[in-house]
Design a protein around this ligand. Structure first.
Ligand code: ADP
Ligand code: MG
Length: 321
């Protein structure tokens, strides 16, 4: 079982950023209103995620570390049908097979503290009773040197973690996020549901005045969000975030639709900052793509793309640009 977990860890836990993503998604699934992420040495020394969510009942804590022991559901294609972000029950067993994990959790009554190392249970005891869950991942990949070797420089790995936390914060402005790396605070959001505040926290308060709301509604599709005016651009597409039914996704045609909305108003090689929220019938989303890769295909992509581009064009016309 430990070997199977290490193999699946190769898929689920590619790098420190994937651990952060899985832990934060678990915290979101548990209805947290505040999620604090702390890392040391780009996550290789420590990744700590503290939430104030539902917690795990002491009788279920060991189960949570069993492979495919999801408390959520079901089939892969249900991914976008359910509200939860996790569904495979692979994250905790995978992470604990390649690190030293301490998880403290409480549903409000007496809590539990459990420790795993290299996939083996080290200890379990009753612990403090603040509601929520704290997961501390130490010495990531200590027993998989090949994995360690494959990683990029600490700065690159930290940038990947930061990127994931930023996207999760953008997808959930109603949750207060903080992100601290080696004692330095890199992100803090209010959790008051204000997407502009999150944008300001990530891209700088000065950018906020140059972000414009966009909107487009059809009976089956709703699009909203913020895009930057053509005067505020970046040299990479990476500042375009797509959020599909509350989940951060990657989709090239829709990213292109955002850019197309600007037409010739963008200089060559320059791209806007954008957060586009797309809400649509989950039946229109195809998740035949590896779920951890965040890549999705959507039927009616062209129609949704048109709506996005038109919403941006309308906003620019409104500003007489
Ligand atoms: P999945 O998220 O796919 O269900 P995981 O391995 O990520 O699988 O987590 C296993 C189970 O542990 C979850 O289904 C959930 O019941 C529980 N769990 C994990 N993290 C948390 C958390 N932060 N708060 C509450 N429950 C959690
Ligand atoms: Mg999960």
């Amino acid at each position: 079982a430990i070997l199977a977990n290490q193999i699946s860890a190769g898929e689920v836990v590619e790098r420190p950023a994937s651990v952060v993503k899985e832990l934060v998604e678990n915290a979101l699934d548990a209805h947290s209103t505040e999620i604090d992420v702390t890392v040391a040495d780009a996550g290789l020394k420590t990744i700590k995620v503290v939430d104030d969510g539902d917690g795990i009942d002491s009788s279920q804590v060991q189960t949570a570390f069993l492979r495919h022991a999801t408390s959520k559901i079901t089939e892969q294609r249900d991914l976008f049908r359910v509200r939860t972000l996790g569904f495979r029950g692979e994250a905790l067993p995978s992470i604990s097979s390649v690190s030293n994990v301490v998880l403290k959790t409480s549903t409000g009554s007496v809590g539990t503290e459990i420790e795993y190392k290299g996939g083996k249970l080290v200890s379990q005891k009753a612990a403090e009773s603040r509601k929520g869950t704290t997961v501390i991942v130490n010495s990531l990949f200590y027993n998989t040197p090949a994995r360690l070797k494959y990683l990029s420089s600490p700065n690159t790995e930290l940038a990947k973690i930061s990127d994931i936390v930023n996207r999760l914060a953008l997808s959930h402005p109603e949750v207060a996020f903080s992100f601290i790396s080696n004692g330095r605070e890199l992100l803090r959001t209010s959790g008051r549901g204000d997407l502009l505040q999150v944008l300001g926290a990530i891209y700088g308060v000065k950018t906020v005045s140059r972000m414009q709301p966009i909107k487009s509604e059809k009976p089956d599709i709703s699009i909203s969000g913020y895009v930057s005016l053509p005067e505020l651009t970046r040299a990479s597409r990476n500042y375009i975030s797509l959020i599909l039914n509350g989940r951060y996704v990657r989709n090239f045609p829709l990213t292109k639709a955002v850019i197309n909305g600007y037409g010739s108003k963008l200089m060559i090689g320059r791209f806007p900052i954008a957060v586009i929220n797309i809400k649509l019938d989950p039946a229109l989303i195809d998740v035949n793509v590896h779920p951890t890769k965040q890549e999705v295909r959507i039927s009616e992509e062209p129609r949704i793309g048109d709506m996005v581009a038109t919403a941006i064009r309308d906003m620019l016309a409104d500003k007489q640009l």
